[in-house]
Design a protein around this ligand. Structure first.
Ligand code: OSB
Ligand code: MG
Length: 395
């Protein structure tokens, strides 16, 4: 890529004319997980999904806020996102005319932090724009792939046998990369055993920030197992210690939690804190920031892949579009709907073919239908926000 060109196309995320935002629906939906999902910071049995529908002139777009119920992965929660959207983000947008994604993002950018809350709204806006233009999101943003490669993220299991059963099952389904969650006490010996049983597979680990530099010696032992990467070994907000660790490791570090913006990604690359980047559109605050990070990584020759947050099909459909961009060169955590849920909120569900790829949607917007009857039946709460007259600060 030559300087000045962009690998993605943020300017294309422009509706045929300015859109007047009429309402924002916030909906909490709980789906049980087919089996508990355990990582270094905890374990969950069900996913409380936060779905958003943005309405404009009889059209609507769907987004998903990927925050968890507790501030364990990041400081945001479903509760903080609801609060900041209700009290601050929605009042700054509803009743306004929005020109394009850059306009929406700059209005949201006035507020500090809360990237997952902002991304929930951005995703809904991008679906709305794509539907108004009659184009799939992937084409709009500059996607180049019809299918994307997928891997699976396997939670911590009580025994190596239980883990190996899942490794074999997902390899059998075609998944192209196996990611093992690790934590202190369930790391090197588990990796050694799985590697011994599966010598040729693409294998990685994700610590979700469970270690410190004092564990550098232990983490270096992982160099013996030909891992594609070690994801987020150190603190959730750290770059400096990761840079120091990366200098002593042969295995590539991939940052997830630490990459919260374009600037953080730039600093991570400049300091050598990682050699691979996990992209989550929710973690970085939406499509605009995600596309900027994508272009930065392409320019720097740093491989990217699309992470996951146990999303519903709505978030999954957005991830499929994002992963179709040219810089996404490693398999993503974009599993089939059936990897987590008995039934998804979209029809048809996301499927993974026997060759370990998933189709990038080709119909307008998200490219899936939302199953409203099923959604209603699983809704814990829903509210519709309308333009309000009271604003504490004028901007
Ligand atoms: O660290 O990538 C992570 C799930 C929840 C929170 C953080 C992470 C994950 C996963 C699962 O690894 C990814 C997925 O399959 O959606
Ligand atoms: Mg991770």
């Amino acid at each position: 890529m030559t300087a000045g060109t962009r690998a993605s196309n943020v300017a294309a995320i422009t509706p045929p004319g300015p859109v007047h935002l009429d309402a924002l629906e916030l909906r909490l939906v709980r789906l049980p997980l087919l089996e508990p999902f355990a990582v270094s910071f905890g374990r969950m049995d069900s996913r409380l999904l936060f779905l958003l529908r943005l309405e404009a002139g009889g059209h609507s777009g769907w987004g998903e806020c990927v925050a968890g119920e507790e501030p364990l992965y990041s400081y945001e929660t479903v509760g903080t996102a609801l609060h900041v959207i209700r009290e601050h983000l929605a009042p700054a947008l509803l009743g306004q005319e929005i020109d394009n994604l850059a306009d929406l993002t700059s209005r949201l950018g006035a507020f500090r932090g809360h990237p997952m809350a902002k991304a929930g709204i951005e995703l809904a806006f991008v679906d709305l724009v794509a539907r108004l233009r009659g184009e799939p999101i992937a084409r709009l943003i500059g996607g180049v792939r019809e299918r994307v490669e997928v891997g699976v993220s396997l939670g911590i299991q009580p025994t190596v046998e239980a883990l190996d059963e899942r490794v074999r099952r997902f390899l059998g389904l075609g998944y192209r990369r196996i990611k093992l969650k690790i934590k202190p006490g369930a790391d090197v010996s588990v990796v050694a055993e799985i590697r011994k049983r599966h010598p040729g597979i693409a294998l990685s680990v994700d610590a979700n920030a469970a270690y410190t530099l004092a564990d550098a010696g232990l983490l270096r032992q992982l160099d013996d197992y030909d891992l594609v990467m070690i994801e987020q070994p150190l603190a959730h907000d750290d770059l400096v210690d990761h840079a120091r660790l990366q200098r002593t490791l042969a295995t590539a570090i991939c940052l997830d939690e630490s990459i919260t913006s374009h600037d953080r990604a730039r600093q991570a690359l400049e300091t050598g804190a990682c050699r691979i980047v996990n992209m989550k559109v929710g973690r970085v605050g939406g499509y605009r920031e995600a596309l900027r990070i994508h272009d930065l990584c392409v320019e720097a020759g740093v491989p990217l892949w699309c992470g996951g947050m146990l999303e519903s099909g709505i978030g999954r459909a957005h991830n499929l579009a994002l992963a179709s961009l040219p810089g996404f060169t490693l398999p993503g955590d974009i599993s089939a709907s059936a990897r987590y849920f008995e039934r998804d909120v979209i029809v048809p569900p996301v499927e993974v073919a026997a060759d370990g790829t998933a189709a990038v949607p080709t119909s307008p917007g998200l490219g899936f239908e939302v199953d409203m009857a099923f959604l209603e039946s699983r809704t814990e709460s829903a509210e519709r926000l309308h333009p309000s007259l009271s604003r504490r600060w004028r901007r």
